[in-house]
Ligand binder design. Sequence first.
Ligand SMILES: Cc1cc2nc3c(=O)[nH]c(=O)nc-3n(C[C@H](O)[C@H](O)[C@H](O)COP(=O)(O)OP(=O)(O)OC[C@H]3O[C@@H](n4cnc5c(N)ncnc54)[C@H](O)[C@@H]3O)c2cc1C
Length: 313
Amino acid sequence: MADGLSAELLRRLRATPGLEVKPGEPLARYTTFRIGGPAELLVTVASERALRRLLAALDGVPCQLLGLGSNVLIPDEGLGGVVLRLVGGFRQVRMEETAVEAGAAVPLGRLARLTAEASLSGLEALSGFPSTVGGAVYMNAGSYGTEIRDVLEWATVMDRGGGRRRLTADQLEPSYRRTALQGTGAIVTRARFALSAGDREASLARIEELNRRRWSSLPSGRPNAGSIFRNPEGDYAGRLIEHCGLKGRRSGGARISPKHGNVIVNEQQASAADVLDLMLLARRAVKKKTGIELEPELVLTGSLAECWRHAPA
Ligand SMILES: Cc1cc2nc3c(=O)[nH]c(=O)nc-3n(C[C@H](O)[C@H](O)[C@H](O)COP(=O)(O)OP(=O)(O)OC[C@H]3O[C@@H](n4cnc5c(N)ncnc54)[C@H](O)[C@@H]3O)c2cc1C
């Protein structure tokens, strides 16, 4: 049973159609790192209406949204308050002649394949990493020279007060792995992508080829969260970490991948503390050797964000 959340709140949420409530649910399984303690309360939300009612009921209770959990580190002690996942109605896709509209919980790779199958081109380069549509919009995710901003027409977002807005790609102020949504608590509910008429076979072949290229450059078979640090201007975080001799370095069950300096793998039941330890080590070593301060791309949740901010750089 949740300690900090009131019994009245739990009762209200349980009685709300479209919400499923799980107190104490372990979160590791909801992340690609397979790391993290329990949520005080995990709530799955099946519709916009249910989301609005949930946000109204929360009234200031801390709330962390999870997509596919491919870019987050969750503390070993878990997360207080509510952890939210979008399901059901947020997985709908509506295809048009040269555009597609998708709910925030649709996996981006699935959307890329669906549109390629329908001879629509534009999402191929974004198909090869684990992401929901909502997570990718929030992060302005990108790969192989394409960012979400290049194909996004608009996204609908709900703020913590339940207000709904439609924002164009420009209004999201996208830059490298950043958007104006970050830090605001706004939730992406839906997005529309402008695509072009293409060739089905060519798009599917490009998806296959880019995926092959991607997996040959990343450690496979071990849970990870992709790039840990943002690339500094004009350089690569992986190159800098390698330059400091840290490839292959271990802390507990976590290891800086011997294949890619900017990826940490969960080799053997790693804890979040193990991962954070390697991140702090890399930040210190790179700063000392090059003067460059690495910044996380990985979203550090709960107490981890504080630990990162307060640890000596
Ligand atoms: C093997 C691997 C390779 C990767 N390669 C790339 C790559 O090439 N390019 C790249 O950009 N990223 C890459 N990543 C990182 C990750 O895939 C992206 O950042 C992705 O867009 C995160 O989406 P998600 O749904 O998993 O979000 P999560 O990891 O669950 O969440 C990330 C952040 O987004 C927020 N969020 C999630 N959904 C929403 C929503 N609906 N509304 C508002 N906020 C939301 C969360 O609260 C959190 O702050 C890689 C990750 C892995 C594991």
